[in-house]
Design a protein around this ligand. Structure first.
Ligand SMILES: NC(=O)c1ccc[n+]([C@@H]2O[C@H](COP(=O)([O-])OP(=O)(O)OC[C@H]3O[C@@H](n4cnc5c(N)ncnc54)[C@H](OP(=O)(O)O)[C@@H]3O)[C@@H](O)[C@H]2O)c1
Length: 323
């Protein structure tokens, strides 16, 4: 790499501490949401064998961190991750599998009892007695009073942590106002924010600052805004799991031109934008096919001219959630 080029701040495949949790991770985490076969959410539905092969490719790669959730396809993603883990002889010592508790898919019950059932099912599907990192998932879709009442989901997660069933408790969600309220509880050690800190949208910047100021580790999910910044706006004109507004497509096209002018893939710029941020412990990249693993490694290692980052500082981005 020459002086006029710069890569990510440090080796994305060197293990680094996940805040103060005592866990080590790589700066890239495989996001297993697309493995849940959730029709209409992602670009494609991988089906069982492709999904399992994708996780197997991750296990054989320098990426040593995987993110799933009970709710991704109502256990489908976790079950497939578990199949790949079993086939490879269990979770490797240097590999971290994180999951999230979710409400009942039918009744939407998100009580303390449901939280306990969600953890038990994750243990079973993943084939893991001990879950080292479990997040409370998407609190913005539920009443705070239900989640926060004595004996509710948050209390149960803390109880399971104290009993050693769970290692670390995190908070994972979208809507920024809700996330601030949950940070203020002071019970979570890791935060996932998604689709709010990427080339197109930086509305989550202050939330990341708030988490870091509390000593929490931050995982930044969806560096491609669910795909548009990897596949390009012409091929995939969707942002954050829905059709992208014209303004978002225009902005993505401008970033695509910037990347092309400097002879690098748009996806490399999008990925390294997050990797370069010292506040972000790990960047969670969704993938649903085995070939994505090597592509991601190459994108993370792609030299990017320093001039591009200088130009990028003058590019527009949204501070409004969702666009
Ligand atoms: N509330 C939460 O906790 C929350 C919310 C959102 C996300 N997350 C986590 O963060 C992860 C990442 O978010 P995301 O998956 O929604 O969005 P993302 O990472 O921005 O984008 C994922 C999409 O990008 C495509 N992609 C990845 N690498 C590519 C490449 N090299 N070339 C072309 N296309 C590529 C994938 O397509 P293919 O399917 O074709 O591989 C996938 O559909 C999730 O999987 C999940 O684990 C958590």
């Amino acid at each position: 790499m020459t002086e006029s080029e710069s890569g990510p701040l440090s080796d994305p495949f060197a293990r680094r501490p996940l805040g103060t949790t005592g866990l080590d991770v790589t700066a890239i985490c495989m996001g297993a949401a697309p493995l849940g076969d959730m029709e209409g959410v992602f670009d494609s539905v991988p089906g069982e064998s492709r999904a399992v092969a994708t996780v197997e490719a991750v296990l054989a790669s320098p990426i040593r961190f995987l993110d799933t959730a009970a709710g991704y396809g109502d256990g489908t993603s976790e079950r497939r991750v578990g199949m790949a883990l079993r086939a490879s002889g269990g979770v490797p010592d240097d590999f971290l599998v994180a999951t999230k508790v979710d409400p009942d898919a039918t009744t939407r019950d998100y009580s303390g009892d449901q939280c306990r059932r969600s953890v038990e099912r994750s243990q079973r599907l993943l084939g893991m007695d001990h879950l080292p990192l479990v997040y409370l998932h998407d609190p913005e879709y539920h009443d705070d009073r239900e989640l926060l009442r004595p004996g509710g989901a948050v209390d149960v997660l803390v109880e399971l942590r104290d009993a050693g069933v769970i290692g670390t408790v995190g908070i994972a969600g979208g809507e920024i106002a809700t996330m601030h309220r949950y940070l203020d509880l002071g019970v979570f050690d890791v935060m996932i924010t998604h689709n709010r800190y990427n080339l197109l949208n930086r509305s989550g910047g202050a939330l990341i600052d708030a988490a870091v100021a509390r000593g929490m580790a931050v995982c930044n999910a969806a560096p491609y805004g669910s795909g548009i910044l990897a596949k390009g706006p012409a091929r995939y004109p969707r942002f954050m799991y829905q059709d992208a507004p014209a303004q978002t497509i225009e902005s993505a096209t401008a970033y695509e031109s910037l990347a092309a002018r400097h002879g690098v893939p748009l996806a490399a710029v999008a990925l390294q934008f997050s990797l370069r941020d010292p506040r972000v412990s790990s960047t969670i990249v969704g993938m649903s096919r085995p070939g994505r693993v090597q592509e991601t490694i190459d994108l993370a290692r792609q030299p990017i001219p320093a001039d591009l980052w200088d130009e990028l500082a003058d590019m527009p981005f949204s501070m409004i959630e969702g666009v």
